[in-house]
Ligand binder design. Sequence first.
Ligand SMILES: [Cu+2]
Length: 160
Amino acid sequence: MLKKLLYSAFLIFICTNQAIVAAETAIEIKEPWIRSAPPNVSVMAGYLQLSNHSHETVTLKSVSSKQFHSVEIHQTVHHNGMAHMKKVEPLILEGHQELKFEPGGYHLMLMDPHAPLKKGDSAHIKLIFSNGEELMVEAKVQDDSPDGTKMDHDDHHQHH
Ligand SMILES: [Cu+2]
C-alpha cells in the first residue's frame, strides 16, 4: 500500500515537473546534425532548426560543445558570385520566428574538434539564450540533412 502511494506520488512529481518545463520552454530546437567531413579537418559544419514560440525577441548568447574548442554561428552570403561566410553575432530570434540552418545559409561552425568525429558519431551542443533557457542537443554526424535533402557538396571547410 505504502509502495503504491509512493509510486503515484512519484508519478505526479514527474508529470507536474514536465508540465512546468514544457510551459517554460520558449525555444525549440529540431533536427540537429553535423555534416560528415574527412578525418583531421579543423572545422565542421552543423545545422539545426530554431523556433521561438514566445512573443518576445530572444538572443542566442552562447553556443559551445565540449567536443570542440569553440563554436560560432556563421552565415554564408553570396556576393558578386562568390560565397563568403560571416560571423553572426548576436543571433536574434524575433517572437514566433523560425530559423532553419542549412548548407549555403546559417550554420554552426564547429572549430577544432578535440577528437575526430566520423559518420555516426555525435556531439553535444549547448545553446544559451537571453531568456535564460539552456538547451543541450545531440547532433549526429551524417552525410546528408535529416529531411533527406541532398546537397551540393560545396566543401564548406575549404573556406578555412
Ligand atoms: Cu562557417
